[in-house]
Design a protein around this ligand. Structure first.
Ligand SMILES: [Zn+2]
Length: 61
């Protein structure tokens, strides 16, 4: 199953999940969408910087 980046329409929180998700883990809203390619890249860049500092892969929540 592919890792997908999602973003919450309500609180703008972005998160990675494997497969389907029904609500935002931050605010519980069901107004979530799969992030666009551009949003996904921005998300990956931010998290790559964090992962480099920790020198271990980003863990999926
Ligand atoms: Zn939210």
């Amino acid at each position: 199953m592919a890792k997908m980046v999602y973003s919450c329409h309500k609180c703008k929180f972005q998160f990675i999940r494997m497969g389907e998700i029904e609500c935002c883990p931050n605010c519980g809203s069901q107004s979530i969408k799969v992030a666009s390619k551009q949003e996904e890249e921005q998300f990956a860049q931010r998290h790559r910087a964090a992962a480099d500092r920790l020198s271990r892969p980003l863990k999926t929540v």
